[in-house]
Design a protein around this ligand. Sequence first.
Ligand code: COA
Length: 166
Amino acid sequence: MIQLEKFESKEDILRLIKWVDSTRLNIIWASDKFTFPLDEDQLVCYLNDAKKNNILIFKVLEVINNKAIVVGHAELDIFENDIKISRLLIDKTQRGKGYGEQMVKLLIKYIHKNLNHTSIFLTVFTFNKPAIALYEKLGFETVEIDPDFMSYESEIWDRQKMILKN
Ligand SMILES: CC(C)(COP(=O)(O)OP(=O)(O)OC[C@H]1O[C@@H](n2cnc3c(N)ncnc32)[C@H](O)[C@@H]1OP(=O)(O)O)[C@@H](O)C(=O)NCCC(=O)NCCS
């Protein structure tokens, strides 16, 4: 069973810096929000901005034999009429074990229980097939494609918006 806890400590920041180990992953995970390599200054600003801008930042924990391990990271951006699920990341060593799916399900449950919003959306680069398969499995559908959203080295990346069907 996984659970969400506030991402806030220095330990959380240092762990996330270790996880985001390439420019490519930095963009896949956070688009153009951070420059690579991540550092404490950028993440302290991230935490401060979140307080001002209705953003909830979580670490995702799995508790096994009374011992908690942090397996993921997630964010909820609260807008007037809808909520964006973003900055989803599962620790590379923990992928493929169902944690990503459990994390998104838990975020949806959290939104329904704690936030008075009915519309939930996310964005994802169109080449990110594992993430798209996960979102489709949980009922998200693509409603918009933003062509040429970003460039990385010689690649041009499209981005798509997906909404959770009711
Ligand atoms: C995308 C990500 C969060 C998925 O987490 P995960 O824990 O590995 O995924 P799960 O084990 O829970 O898999 C759930 C579903 O996702 C899809 N999926 C996961 N990995 C996949 C892969 N390598 N290829 C195809 N589909 C995949 C499948 O639909 C899978 O369901 P199934 O097992 O019934 O086939 C993880 O790969 C990750 O952190 N990637 C890097 C960052 C990123 O892409 N974030 C999303 C930005 S929008």
